[in-house]
Design a protein around this ligand. Structure first.
Ligand code: NDP
Length: 458
């Protein structure tokens, strides 16, 4: 059995963590996410230990309501049959229909799906909207696939997924490798099989068929609204700061757009191969053309800005993290920043980290940042703007109306301001000062545990 690294005062908490680790011993990302949350909740657990123990609240919280795994066969352009594995984790529906993205990436496995779905429960609770936590995806790699192959894969994936989703049951959206194109193919297949126009069954749809303005921008914009609130609360001005952004996908691009609008100079962006460094500030139009239009590599930026530099990733630390900046925005994938990288960033004078991605920093890296007075905007709060706007898309679908870009953006901004407020107030209530990581977990847990207790032992 794997033991917990630090002293735990609550026997109940210790037992739950140990039992869950033993039961899911091969699921390291899930255990990492679970420990990050549960350990930070200890003060709340100690206060309510008897009540939680009596209803096995924590044991129920860490066990998904449903784990669905299925075969996805499809035929490639050469006529060969390919087989992938699909997942949907319906982790917790106490607050509302399961909601969470679909990830298509070769690294996808049950552990990654469960960690993402677990995080999603807390994130969705923080939005204040009635949505439960879920996640799904496949180990399918969309890179270097033709449009036809992407369509065939999406159709086969939906043939099975449609049995488990619905606008009042489970509403998937995009994530890594799943953008507007994939959502379109998935929606088309759902509509064909079900023979009904259920617009609210998927979010991130195109504007022509029920999508919401500002959904594409929402996660990145929301991250920067949260960052602005966090810096303001700590008497730091946003304008004039420098930033580096890992990734160059949906979240990274729109974080960059809002950061630049706020007067931040973005010096570097990356993809899984390496990073570009532009001392004059990133030309975002060039990045958008490379990534959104050509689906190319970030290296091609040098064709647009020859004075910029490109650094290939080494074996250990992603190249981008050796570039000095005030604000660090990891917007690519999980565990991008480990303790070693965190040490480099701190010694380079970083003052704030905003997690655009889900769990981009290891637990040790987060602890190191906080010990060294670097402000951390935790992913489950700071990147909640995407799912919040997805819920706004669902509202528009059910009332058959559509709001303007400005209306959606204003609602998003208010939601992010409110999420920051909840994180800040909960941290203060339990004497964690400006530790928003703990604040986010406590604020979300209070809501979820309240709903779970009220609904009885189910
Ligand atoms: P995209 O697929 O649009 O972009 C992902 C980016 O991250 C790409 O630049 C990709 O580079 C890079 N990347 C992916 N995997 C790796 C890896 N293993 N190592 C290094 N770089 C990698 O995804 P999103 O922008 O949608 O998502 C990014 C993160 O944000 C994810 O953690 C996701 O869960 C999270 N998130 C997304 C939301 C959304 O609304 N889209 C909402 C909330 C969170 P390459 O092209 O080379 O693979």
């Amino acid at each position: 059995m794997i033991t917990c690294e630090r002293q735990i005062k609550s026997d109940y908490l210790k037992t739950v963590i140990e039992k869950t680790e033993a039961k899911n011993i091969h699921e390291k990302e899930f255990i990492q996410a679970l420990k990050e949350v549960l350990l930070s909740l200890e003060p709340v657990i100690i206060k309510n230990e008897n009540e939680y123990k009596a209803s096995a609240l924590l044991e129920r919280l860490v066990e998904p309501e449903r784990v669905i795994s299925f075969r996805v066969p499809w035929v490639d352009d050469k006529g060969q049959v390919q087989v992938n594995r699909g997942f949907r984790i319906q982790f917790n529906g106490a607050i509302g229909p399961y909601k969470g993205g679909l990830r298509f990436h070769p690294s996808v496995n049950q552990s990654i799906m469960k960690f993402l779905a677990f995080e999603q429960i807390f994130k969705n609770a923080l939005t204040g909207l009635p949505i439960g936590g879920g996640k799904g995806g496949s180990d399918f790699d969309p890179k270097r696939k033709s449009d036809m192959e992407i369509m065939k894969f999406c159709q086969s994936f939906m043939n099975e997924l449609q049995k488990h989703i619905g606008q009042d049951l489970d509403v998937p959206a995009g994530d890594i490798g799943v953008g507007g194109r994939e959502i379109g193919y998935l929606f088309g297949q759902y509509r064909k099989i079900r023979n009904t126009y259920e617009a609210g069954v998927l979010t991130g749809k195109g504007l022509e068929y029920g999508g919401s303005l500002a959904r594409k921008e929402a996660t990145g914009y929301g991250l920067m609204y949260f960052m602005r609130e966090m810096l303001k609360a700590n008497n730091i001005q946003v304008e004039g700061k420098t930033a580096i952004i890992s990734g160059s996908g949906n979240v990274a691009i729109y974080a960059c757009e809002k950061a630049q609008e706020m007067g931040i100079k973005v010096l570097a962006m990356s993809d899984s191969s390496g990073c570009i460094y532009d001392k004059n500030g990133i030309n975002l139009d060039a990045v958008k053309e490379i990534k959104e239009v050509k689906r190319g590599r970030i290296k091609e930026y040098l064709n647009y800005v020859p004075s910029a530099q490109y650094f290939e990733n080494g074996i250990n630390i992603p190249a981008i993290y050796s570039i000095k900046a005030d604000i660090i925005l990891p917007c690519a994938t999980q565990n991008d920043i480990d303790l070693e990288t965190a040490k480099i960033l701190v010694s380079n004078g970083a003052m704030a980290v905003g997690e655009g991605a889900n769990m981009p920093c290891t637990n040790e890296a987060v602890e190191y940042f906080i010990e060294n007075k670097v402000l951390v905007a935790p992913g489950k709060a700071a990147n909640a703007g995407g799912v919040a706007t997805s819920a706004l898309e669902m509202s528009q679908n059910s009332s058959r109306c559509s709001w303007t870009f400005e209306e959606v953006d204003k609602k998003l901004e208010n939601i992010m301001v409110n999420i920051f407020k909840q994180c800040s107030e909960s941290a203060k209530e339990y004497d964690f000062a400006n530790n928003y990581v703990v604040g986010a977990n406590i604020a979300a847990f209070k809501k979820i545990s309240g709903a779970m207790i009220a609904q009885g032992i189910i």
